[in-house]
Every structure is written in structure tokens, then in C-alpha cells.
Design a protein. Sequence first.
Length: 144
Amino acid sequence: MLKNLSLIALAAALAVGAGYAKQSTVKVVIPITRTPATNGQQMFVAYCAPCHGVDGRGQGPVASALKQQPADLALLSKSHGGRFPSNHVVAVLEFGDGNPARGGTAMPVWGRLFGTMDQSPTQSNMVAMRISNVSRYVETLQAK
Ligand code: HEC
């Protein structure tokens, strides 16, 4: 059982479609390997940095292939009156940043992806732990 699930997690990959002009579509595939749920930094580097950059400023290696530019995560506190908006970040990670008016977004729904990573009776706690630890790490990246 455990073996099967870790295989699924290791095989998981993010496919991000980016429209170019009208005809061609570029597909960026970000492989997702399982990292410890307790390590926010490791999760950030593995799952977020491809788009948001290791410093969170939005200049990750695949950013230029995206139609919609990744947010500058270091400005979250600044744009929220000087307080890190952890509830907002947790909600975006859990449910996605889909804005129907904009036809959705390239920002993956992490709650769903994290849900495939751990096999345990307390699985939803593991998802919450991952989200909380990633959010706390993003807080450490805030511009002063
Ligand atoms: C495939 C590229 C991609 C990956 C990978 C990705 N993001 Fe994003 N993210 C985006 C884009 C694009 C936006 C901008 C969406 C928008 O403006 O609606 C965004 C927006 C966000 C926002 C909302 C910012 C705001 O101003 O409200 C947060 C928070 C965020 N990302 C955190 C993360 C974290 C944490 C991870 C890793 C677990 C991650 N993202 C991984 C592309 C990505």
C-alpha cells in the first residue's frame, strides 16, 4: 500500500500550459518529488521555486514560459498592511488562486497535490502540515 502511493507521488508532475501567440502551446512539466512535510524550505525549493524563484520574487526558471507571471511572494506582507497574510496564503495553497473572471490561473492547487504525497491515517493532517510549513517559510522571505 505504502509502496504504491509513493510511486504515485513520485510520478506526479505539474503540467502547465502556456499559450503563445495563437497557435502554439508550450507545456512546462515540473516533476514533483516527495519531500518531508516538516521542512518548509525544502518544499518551497522543490514545489514553488520553479515558478516563484528560490527567493520568492517571481523569477523562477519556468516563469517566462507562463502566460501569467507568478506573484512576487516577498511582497505579501507589504501589500497586506505590513502583516504577513497567513490565512490568505493557506487558503490559496489549499484551494488554489482560481479567479473565475480571469479564467483560472497557472497557480496549482497544492491541497490536491499534497494530498497524494503521504499515506497515513491522518492524511488530511499531513496536508495541513505541509501547507502550514510552506506558508511559514514564505513568511521568512518577506521584504523588510
Ligand atoms: C506553475 C507555476 C507555479 C508554481 C509551481 C507555484 N505557483 Fe504560486 N502562483 C503562480 C502564479 C502564476 C500566480 C499568480 C496568480 C494570480 O495572480 O492570480 C501565483 C500566485 C501565488 C500566490 C498568491 C499571491 C497573492 O498575491 O495573493 C501565492 C501565495 C503563491 N502563489 C504561493 C505559492 C507557493 C507557496 C507555491 C509552492 C507550494 C507555489 N505558489 C507554486 C504560479 C505558480
